[in-house]
Design a protein around this ligand. Sequence first.
Ligand SMILES: O=C(O)C1=C[C@@H](OP(=O)(O)O)[C@@H](O)[C@H](O)C1
Ligand SMILES: C=C(OP(=O)(O)O)C(=O)O
Length: 429
Amino acid sequence: MKELTTALKTGLTGELTVPGDKSISHRAIMLGALAEGTTTIHNFLQSKDCLSTLKAFQDLGVEIDNQIDVVTVRGVGLNGLKQPQKPLDMGNSGTTTRLIMGILAAQRFQTDLFGDDSLSKRPLDRVCQPLRQMGAKIESKTDKLPLTIEPSQIKPITYDLPVASAQVKSAVILAGLFAQGKTQIIEKQPTRDHTKRLLNTFAPDTIQTQADKITVNPPKQLVGQTVEIPSDISSAAFFMVAAATLPNSDLTLKAISLNKTRTGLLKVLEKMGVQLTFKNQRNLSGEPVADVQVKTSQLNAIELKESDIPAMIDELPIIALLCSFANGTSKITGAQELRVKETDRIAAVVTEFKKLGIAITELPDGFIIEGKPELTIVNPQLSSHKDHRIGMTLAIAALKANQSLELADAEYVGISYPSFFEDLEKVMR
Ligand SMILES: O=C(O)C1=C[C@@H](OP(=O)(O)O)[C@@H](O)[C@H](O)C1
Ligand SMILES: C=C(OP(=O)(O)O)C(=O)O
């Protein structure tokens, strides 16, 4: 049990650089491994999930030197991966699993994949289906982990994404690199596009987008790059919401990725009445970044629907907390994907928020939240449900409590943000 701190009188101030982006860190290792030559990654996220990807590629015969500040990947080329000696451990990471499946589907050797209890419950049929259409041989009783991928020849397909998922899109793109011909993906609802941006730096023009159609032109080779990873907006989100809702706050989050497939939270904050200031706008490895300043603000309720969700999918638990301090009733719908994350995030948010006295109603695909200025603690014993984002959301909620609260399974924050509690201490006066 971790005792959580309150910050009702202090607020959050100063500057903070949160760690590197999780999605881009996974992709930098994967593309670096498949490239010719060396890839040097700066600001790689040293979290459990990204280390699952790093370890998996080491097990696939790629030399990767992790010096924390700099990760060096000695690429083996598109056809240079080796059969691992043992099953690959995907840990808790959905991104590692779904993206690596796209790569492994095209290899000349068999691989076995497994993961932890949470990951073993998450659906993989969404990836198995398009990959099988491409010729992949994936053996699994339930289309969940554990599973076996057998050698096969990958052929190009046109695939209409049935679910707004960057992981599914990326699995098809990565398999498409090995196909004899152009793979096409139709994406009606835009999702994060880091695979496209990074791939086009390793092999220009590999991915072309026209309206909702994405074309993969298989490259002859990828060329090793220097990758500078921006700070993760999904990690910064916790501090932005804390600064907006705690009195006397004035906090600047540095070098945050402002890729518009990820900035749904910023739009929500502005729409709810939060004053944001953007400074020092620049570009890092094909991604727009800026320093974002957030101050204490009065909040209005908001309505969010299905088309809003992909650009803020991982921020929805902390957005739900933001809504609980707003004036009026907020409604979030079209977020059924939250039910298949590390835990059922709709059920977990509702269970834990009720302990905090928040008036929240569970919907099949979201929540209704009646805002009020303060928390009225009903039960101080909280649980992360072994989900990093639920744990961090509750730690931010605790800042607004007038008594101390406890969090079970707090160590799960290390899945995406190992230094979260230390960073929180840094910005509390
Ligand atoms: O592609 C990625 O890096 C991710 C995509 C999202 O998942 P879905 O593709 O399942 O929406 C997101 O929730 C996850 O944290 C990271
Ligand atoms: C859902 C998440 O990650 P993944 O799907 O990679 O496990 C997340 O980080 O919130």
